[in-house]
Design a protein around this ligand. Structure first.
Ligand SMILES: Nc1ncnc2c1ncn2[C@@H]1O[C@H](COP(=O)(O)OP(=O)(O)OP(=O)(O)O)[C@@H](O)[C@H]1O
Ligand SMILES: [Mg+2]
Length: 337
């Protein structure tokens, strides 16, 4: 049993922004020391707001939080010394070199002299930036910049590292390289990592535990395997040609649910997601029901449960749809971040 205090504990965090935007609506999160915890959620879910509160850059309207055993509101200075932060947008100085950025960061935390030089060399090497160390950061690729950001968060050897969307905007190759770096960091003794992401695959691959955040709250939490395992059997996704009205939907829900081996039917626009013990075996009977009901079918796929299915079940909408909505909201607001 783990008897150590949690590395991060947040209780009932609430945060509203002017204009009546509820960013957090009672968010709870607990991260055990030495683990990687993933906050997974679509655009606007409240991930960055959570990170800002936990890293003392914002205050909650209500609720409480401790990081590395220190209260974020009462002892923000102690929290800051114990953490490294990699914000969603790079904090590196573009006209300084990689080495200069790391040295400045170290000095801010009171690391000096030979200890600083040794630490900077070590980080440059670890993040394959040694060759680029004397070049200005503005000439770095996206992947190099992000690696430097993570190195900056580590100069003073924090206990808890916050990574806000470490791979957003990276090409697939740079993303894979970053995943390897993070996995290696997590293997290091004692380092606790809280990362945010909107990639299901990233959370699945890196995190020991995941909390799915939607509209400012945690809708479900657990290990990736446990979350997926909760969904018994296969997922059968049927795309209908037309959206059904409520009456037709209710009738179909009953008929599809009565097919042997089927234990869950969820409608989402034109999509019907069915959970079945043996997906492939259930398909002919499911199609028969749809045909008798006169519902045209555009496509059918059978898949093992994914985190997308977990999200649909707990948030009541598709992950991709929530992402698109978040993006639309931003466009409508005319906001560039
Ligand atoms: N400074 C601010 N002023 C007003 N509203 C804000 C501010 N910061 C965030 N919000 C709003 O709060 C909500 C949560 O935002 P937050 O940045 O925490 O989401 P996120 O999960 O990090 O999203 P993303 O994946 O896009 O980074 C959104 O509706 C956002 O528009
Ligand atoms: Mg964010």
């Amino acid at each position: 049993m783990n008897t150590r205090a949690p590395a991060v504990q947040a209780r009932q965090l609430v945060k509203t922004y002017p204009g009546d935007v509820t960013a957090l609506n009672g968010l709870d999160v607990t991260v055990e020391p030495g683990t990687v915890f993933g906050l997974l959620g679509p655009n606007g879910a409240g991930k960055s707001t959570t990170v800002k509160i936990l890293t003392t850059l914002a205050r909650p309207d209500s609720g409480s939080a401790t990081v590395a055993g220190h209260d974020v509101l009462r002892h923000p200075d102690r929290v800051r010394r114990a953490i490294g932060v990699v914000a969603q947008n790079s904090g590196a100085d573009p006209v300084a070199t990689g080495r200069e950025n790391l040295e400045l960061q170290g000095r801010l935390y009171g690391v000096r002299g030979r200890r600083l030089t040794a630490r900077v060399d070590e980080l440059l090497d670890r993040f394959t930036l040694t060759e680029a160390a004397r070049r200005q950061v503005k000439g770095y690729s996206g992947g190099m910049r992000r690696r430097l950001d993570v190195a900056l968060g580590l100069v003073h050897r924090p206990d808890v590292l916050f990574l806000d969307e470490p791979t957003t905007g990276l090409d697939p190759e740079a993303r894979t390289a970053m995943w390897e770096e993070i996995a290696r960091l997590a293997g290091d003794e004692g380092l606790t990592i809280l990362l945010t992401t909107h990639y299901l695959e990233e959370a699945d691959r890196l995190a020991d535990r995941i909390a799915i955040v939607d509209r400012g709250r945690v809708v479900v939490e657990g290990t990736p395997d446990a979350l997926k395992g909760e969904l018994r059997g296969d997922a059968v996704h049927v795309e209908l040609r037309e959206t059904l009205d409520d009456g037709a939907r209710a009738a179909l829900e009953g008929a599809l649910g009565a097919v042997p081996g089927v234990h869950e039917v969820l409608f989402d626009g034109r999509r019907v997601s069915v959970r079945a013990d043996d997906g492939a075996a259930a398909v002919p009977a499911l199609l028969g029901v749809l045909e008798r009901a006169g519902s045209g079918v555009a496509s059918v796929t059978v898949a093992r449960p994914s985190l997308d299915d977990v999200y649909l079940r707990y948030a009541g909408r598709r992950y991709s749809e929530a992402e698109a909505l978040g993006a639309d909201a931003l466009v409508l607001a005319g906001g560039a971040r």
